[in-house]
Design a protein around this ligand. Structure first.
Ligand SMILES: [Zn+2]
Length: 461
């Protein structure tokens, strides 16, 4: 099985070299980053259909566009497990986070993940770059729109993530918010299969998808500006868009007004620092550490006293708050803190209590505050994405969402009489424990806090 797939890769590399003479051949052993890019990529930049390049095409200009992630399961390829689907969701969240970080004025509009059952095998798609000639028609047949056609005022950039495409990646764009970007999935979801490949890491997958999506959003690349993700794939965390590239992406119809900006974001990949605005770093205490997470690393907590805390009096909110976290608890019994600003005085909390995820907010009053909570069933030893939202301005609701992609409708919402500002608290924000009898045992990843009400579509695919 493995040998066959490696042969497919070899064929696709050969096809690439035949077709793209501009990219010179480099060895596959110990390449430099730029060399990796040239080997890995089939950045063909095929021209868009003529109709989209003409004045007539522009007269049909769409009103808006979206990036539409599509998971392609080629004929004969195995479907994704729930765990792999979660990895794709979180992987795409990382891609979205990167673009939100880079774009000061706009956010990309994302659609929910779609699944496409391919007509051809993975090997067939990548040989001779058949992806370009065949996938647009398959998208048209399955979903009723085509990444190269004007579609009733709404166009789409298809971001196709293909099973068994292995190291294949490429992208094309046209005016009018159309485009097609394609990348293999194995370096995100099946690391053992590709562990011997220089591109076989999750980090490289992220850099690749960010790069190819950049092409599909209209960016030229391979320009020698080393700080730009469009020059090469790897090390996406330390790569950026140039000012010119930002302007091009922000001018694409697939972007929209900037959404809420997190007041804190901890991904636990490198350390416990705030990857949001950088003002709310956590300090790991009492043995809190990192371990392998859904994507790269996660925070690991022992259920005894491990905790990570900000400085005092951080992450204050007023009449809206949204907290998102990915967690894998070892058990769901007792009381366990995921993240909170709670106890002397209470303000907000996301945790586990007696088999439920519980999102709580506190209003001024009493010794600690007056708490309101909402809950939804939790599972042990599985990764779950839990999101709590308090809106005390528009409709006074408390909502908790769970795994909203793989299980649509997993949410619980209640209207609460009281609205307005939550109780302010000088407490640090604590992750994994506080107080000690509320210690969490397991893994916590990718916590994001907004002092705003964030729509679920902005948080998940
Ligand atoms: Zn490229």
């Amino acid at each position: 099985m493995k040998k066959v797939k490696l042969n497919v890769l070899a064929l696709s590399v050969i096809a690439f070299l035949v077709m793209i003479t501009a990219c010179k051949q480099d060895t596959l052993t110990a390449p430099s980053e730029t060399q990796m890019h040239q080997n890995r990529l089939k950045c063909n930049h095929l021209k868009a259909p003529e109709s989209l390049q003409t004045e007539e095409g522009l007269s049909l200009r769409a009103n808006q566009a979206f990036v539409a992630p599509i998971i392609l399961i080629p004929n004969g390829s195995s479907n994704l497990t729930d765990y792999q689907r979660q990895q794709v969701e979180l992987g795409l969240e990382n891609v979205r986070d990167w673009y939100q970080r880079e774009l000061p004025n706009k956010d990309i509009r994302w659609e929910k993940i779609r699944y496409l059952q391919g007509n051809q095998t993975g090997a067939h798609y990548v040989v001779n770059n058949n992806v370009w000639s065949e996938i647009p028609g398959e998208i048209q047949a399955a979903f009723g729109w085509n990444p190269w056609q004007n579609n009733s005022g709404t166009n789409r950039i298809a971001l196709v993530l293909g099973r068994d495409l292995l190291g294949w990646a490429g992208a094309n764009t046209s005016a009018n918010g159309n485009g097609l970007a394609i990348a293999g999935l194995e370096s995100l979801i099946d690391l053992p299969q590709v562990s011997n490949e220089w591109w076989g890491t999750q980090e490289y997958w992220h850099g690749t998808v960010i790069h190819e999506l950049g092409h599909a959003l209209g960016l030229p690349g391979h320009h020698g500006i080393a700080s730009s993700i469009m020059d090469a794939h790897g090390n996406y965390k330390n790569k950026h868009l140039t000012n010119k590239e930002k302007t091009i992406v922000e001018g694409n119809l697939a972007t929209t007004t900037k959404g809420p900006v997190p007041i804190a974001h901890w991904d636990f990949d490198e350390d416990f620092k705030d990857q949001g605005n950088g003002n709310n770093d956590l300090t790991a205490k009492k043995g809190a550490t990192q371990a392998t997470g859904l994507i790269e690393l996660a925070g690991s907590f022992d259920g005894v006293n491990d905790v990570a805390e900000t400085a005092s009096n951080r992450c204050n909110v007023s009449n809206k708050v949204t907290i998102s976290a990915w967690v894998k608890p070892s058990s769901t019994s007792g009381s366990q803190t995921i993240v909170n600003k709670w106890y002397a005085k209470d303000s907000y909390s996301l945790g586990i209590k007696n088999g439920q995820f519980v999102f709580s907010v506190a209003f001024p009053g009493g010794t600690w505050g007056t708490a309101k909570s909402i809950s939804i069933p939790a599972k042990a030893n599985e990764w779950q994405h839990v999101i709590g939202v308090y809106d005390g301005e528009d409709d006074n609701t408390l909502t908790i969402y769970l795994d909203n992609i793989t299980k649509p409708g997993s949410q619980s919402r209640q209207k609460i009489v009281q609205g307005g500002n939550l109780q302010s608290s000088t407490r640090p924000v604590a992750v994994g424990s506080h107080p000690s009898w509320n210690s969490f045992k397991g893994l916590i990843d990718k916590i994001t806090i907004y002092n705003d009400e964030v729509s679920i579509s902005q948080l998940s695919f």
